[in-house]
Design a protein around this ligand. Structure first.
Ligand code: NDP
Ligand code: MG
Length: 383
């Protein structure tokens, strides 16, 4: 029986994780649920799953949540500090980081320091501070299990191969809704078009990242840290059907791939249940439904965010933190119709050029860098 804390239970990953936990009552017990502003859903989840503790990050909603649950013995807390404290509870074995963005960094650090294993969906944490997080995990004997489908695929391919060196990994990318478009096309695409992903139904931020290929860029950096790879060992190939979730090539030239229908419940369940494969009733893949699996080179000139992410990884230090912060601001501005699709790359590139570079950042340096990059990005948007 694993006792689970879910950070971000009201989101796309969070709600699917709850489905997995509900379907496997003998394997998992739910200890902690947290959300930011969706108090109604958090209350409903708390009543259904009866966790020990819940946190609403938005403190203005504390009274509402507390009132709704006062007839239960569920403990209710509010605020960002509470998020960090609940992951340290003695009754928690594993923390699923399913909140979005930089806000996931601090609670993940606190969970690792408390010796909790991490099921990591919040890729931004590894993008911002990959070195710090992987060093901390090593020091505290904590495992980080990937939830991201590509990284789960690689992790599954590596099962039984941990002593065999990797020659390279190949991350697959669907290409998003704008695959094959030119820069001129992208200049006029709308938020509604960008939010329509062909294969996956996800939160708004990652859906925009998928349309701009920033998501794949973040995943390249995520893979570097998860699997201890050199930059040149990571490749991206566009595979529009999203059936092959990623591949590993070993030193004998053999390539292993993991396949399945695009359904996040599988990688979520694999991360929570590792090392066991739990029986599931997820829809099965049928080759006859997919007579062709196709592959293309990613277009790094049109989708500049992917090129910028590779560049940030190569420069190292706090550059991926700058990239991430600028991207978070650019995406939220795009979602408010304040900037166009292509302007997002301009903002990120400009922040990467202007925010001070630090080769060996400390935790405090990341905090400062994140703030400076956000301020710079906001300035660029307002001018
Ligand atoms: P959603 O936007 O659907 O959900 C985000 C969750 O985090 C919600 O529960 C939200 O609460 C909470 N949250 C948002 N901001 C904060 C904050 N500042 N403090 C505390 N909680 C917060 O995102 P997804 O589920 O799509 O993505 C979550 C993470 O998983 C991201 O890092 C994403 O990149 C990654 N991921 C997602 C995949 C997917 O299929 N969705 C696939 C692979 C990775 P509320 O709703 O109450 O405001
Ligand atoms: Mg992914």
């Amino acid at each position: 029986m694993k006792r689970i804390a879910i950070l971000g239970s009201t989101g796309s990953i969070g709600t699917q994780a709850l489905d997995v936990i509900k379907a496997n009552p003998d394997s998992f017990e739910l200890e902690v649920l947290t959300a930011h502003s969706n108090a109604d859903l958090l209350i409903q989840q708390a009543l259904e799953f009866n966790p020990n503790t819940i946190v609403i990050a938005n403190e203005n909603l504390y009274d509402k949540v507390q009132d709704a649950l006062q007839h239960t013995d569920i403990k209710v807390y509010a605020g960002a500090n509470a998020l960090c404290a609940v992951v340290e509870m003695g009754t928690v074995d594993m923390v699923l980081t399913a909140m979005v963005g930089y806000a996931g960094l601090q609670p993940t650090i606190r969970a690792i320091k408390a010796g909790k294993h991490i099921a990591l969906a919040n890729k931004e944490t590894l993008v911002v501070a990959g070195q710090l997080i992987t060093d901390l995990a090593k020091a505290h004997g904590v495992n980080i299990y990937p939830v991201d489908s590509e990284h789960s695929a690689i992790f599954q391919c590596l099962s039984g191969e941990f002593h065999n060196p990797i020659e390279k990994i190949i991350l697959t990318a669907s290409g998003g809704p704008f695959r094959g478009r030119t820069a001129a096309d992208l200049a006029t695409v709308t938020k509604a078009q960008a939010l329509k992903h062909p294969n996956w139904d996800m939160g708004a931020k990652i859906t925009i990242d998928s349309a701009s290929l920033m998501n794949k860029g973040l995943e390249v950096i995520e893979a570097k840290w998860l699997f201890g790879l050199k930059n040149e060992q990571i490749e991206v190939v566009v595979h529009p059907q999203s059936i092959i979730h990623s591949l590993v090539q070993f030193e004998d030239g053999s390539i292993k791939a993991q396949l399945g229908l695009p359904d996040m419940k599988l990688p979520i369940q694999y991360a929570l249940g590792y090392p066991n494969r739990l029986k599931s009733d997820f829809p099965r893949f049928n080759f006859m439904d997919y007579p062709q699996l196709t592959f293309e080179q990613p277009d790094l000139e049109t989708f500049r965010n992917l090129a910028l992410a590779f560049k940030a990884m190569e420069q190292g230090g706090n550059m991926p933190c700058i990239l991430n912060a600028a991207n978070e601001i650019a995406v939220s501005a795009f979602l408010r119709d304040e900037v166009g699709f292509l302007q997002m790359s301009d903002i990120i590139e400009s922040c990467m050029a202007k925010v001070a570079y630090i080769a060996n950042p400390s935790f405090e340096d990341y905090v400062t860098t994140d703030r400076e990059a956000r301020e710079k990005a906001i300035q660029l948007i307002n001018n």
